[in-house]
Design a protein around this ligand. Structure first.
Ligand code: 6PG
Length: 243
């Protein structure tokens, strides 16, 4: 593995299995740094986490203390039932949490059965109890879309421009429906953030974030500059081609 310097966090470049191993190593370090007895880990949506879940299940690399001693949630969610193939938490549950036998009281989905505003409010209350005031996740996994969105913070969306200091919220994204998501303030209140971006399809977006002009409203992942010391990017060689 090699590292590339960036204002947006530490960039680690390697093969998929090296990066997944590094993700696990950083996860265990984040758990060790969390308050005793409480570790809040947000998974995320997209294709890369799905490959990571498969790796975790196949290798059985997650120690029992991590599987049993973690509260699992997701960084953002579509406003659909968990049974939908579009549900980030539903996919995490089907592909990782259930196969690993994570106890059901450690699984914390967004409250998607409720209207968006109430769902976001209920989730904020739950996280306030678990994480404490002004704190979000101990560890947040993120992906990045071709348009440089991360979590459900898409270009030009309201929560990206102004989240009112709230750590979690809901917003309608044109063409994509309602989304529940960690906010920019929420990301700044996380312990560790791991962004995974694999494959040649991510090369242009990574270039825009790390090497392009600062323009957070159109390149949302650049908001991570404000918490760069907590951010690690895990990218493979094809994705790093333009860095
Ligand atoms: C989602 C995500 C989103 C995702 C990126 C990357 O729910 O879709 O939270 O931010 O991580 O779109 O997705 P891919 O890994 O599929 O490219």
């Amino acid at each position: 593995m090699r590292e590339i310097s960036s204002d947006f966090g530490r960039v680690v470049v390697g093969t998929q299995s090296e990066l997944f191993g590094e993700a696990l190593r950083l996860t265990l370090a984040a758990q060790a740094a969390a308050r005793a007895g409480r570790f809040l880990w947000a998974l995320t949506g997209g294709s890369t986490p799905a490959a990571f879940y498969k790796w975790c299940v196949e290798t059985r690399a997650l120690p029992a203390e991590l599987v049993n001693g973690t509260h699992f949630t997701v960084s953002d969610e579509r406003h659909v039932l968990l049974s939908s193939p579009d549900s980030n938490f539903g996919n995490a549950e089907r592909q990782l949490l259930a196969p690993l036998g994570v106890p059901t009281d450690r699984r914390l989905p967004w409250m998607v059965a409720w209207p968006v505003a109430e769902a976001a409010e209920a989730y904020r209350k739950t996280m306030l109890i678990l994480a404490g005031p002004g704190r979000a996740y101990d560890l947040c996994f993120l992906g990045m879309g071709d348009d440089c969105h991360t979590a459900s913070l898409f270009p030009q969306t309201p929560l990206l421009k102004d989240d009112g200091g709230l750590l979690f919220g809901g917003q309608e994204v044109p063409g994509k429906g309602w989304r529940l998501t960690i906010t920019p303030s929420g990301l700044r209140a996380c312990g560790t953030i791991l962004v995974m971006a694999l494959g040649a399809g991510k090369a242009d977006a990574l270039h825009r974030v790390h090497r392009g002009p600062l323009d957070v409203e159109n390149v949302p992942s650049q908001l991570l500059k404000t918490c760069a010391s907590n951010v690690v990017w895990l990218v493979d060689e094809p994705a790093a081609a333009r860095l």
